[in-house]
Ligand binder design. Sequence first.
Ligand SMILES: [Mn+2]
Length: 339
Amino acid sequence: MKGAWASLFRGLAHSLLASVSMDMGTRWWSSESFVGLRRADLNDLGSHDVVVVGAPMDWGATTRAGARFGPKAIREADYLEADGHRPHLPTGIDPMEVMDVVDAGDIITPPGYLEDGLNAIRSAIAGIAASGAVPIVLGGDHAITYATAGGVADHHGHGTVALVHFDAHADTAEDHFGRLHGHGTPMRRLIEEGSVPGPRFVQIGLRGYWPRPPVVEWMRQQKMRWYFMSDIVDRGLDVVVDEAVGYAADGADHVFVSVDIDVVDPSAAPGTGTPEPGGLTARQLLDTVRRICRDLPIAGCDLVEVSPPYDGPGEITAHLANRTVLEMLNGLAESRLSR
Ligand SMILES: [Mn+2]
């Protein structure tokens, strides 16, 4: 197909895509909103403090897919009233009393078309940032972070956003089976395009047997900073996080937090694409995420790699992910109250 026919076809495909709405009910999309938050429309967003949104895409996964069901499972892993309120016992804060928080549903990501999905996510997230809100994105495999952190940087300015990245893996591979995008490459792509430069990266929780030494050498050349699980064991999580916070805050106007649920030990988070034994405890993740969202100028967050088909009994990974989002919200609310 060439010339006019090709552009007619593209136009048609585009308008078909634009006309698909949440209500058509593709079964992996969520019908519920997170904790019963008010719904918002991505195409007519208005002005809010925080927008929760799903990016149900897993065609960047290498082995265990299923993260397309992540947003739905995270929203449903809840046993309290869907009243849009969650007062936090230790702090006494209900983030939804402090901030205007809405759920914009799921971004349309055509199955199998990774780059189309990334483009849709990136423009949606840049739009949320432009509306003045902090996006909290429910993934999706980690490929989406090229679009979520990238979209936030598109709005705030390339080079101005630091990325605090919780993960068992560095996600800095040169390519994904010869392609640019996949769940092992997003951090490399962000650095290469300059939206989030290497010195703005802090990675926490790396372990295991990947990536190979040449990639680690590349990371060193980019002046990325990372903390292995073994650093956390040797030095203590608090010391490591203090250092990471200081590093991320230094000279950055904005911070994006990306949480790959596989940073947590598979005993507490088995439902994930690439489980790696020996990770953080659930408690450590919850407390650390809240603290980072409280102490740094957060411009966006994502929570990725929750794969419900591999989850353990009782949907333990989805429950942990749901509470991790609540700790993000609580940290953001604490930060607002202290200003
Ligand atoms: Mn990852």
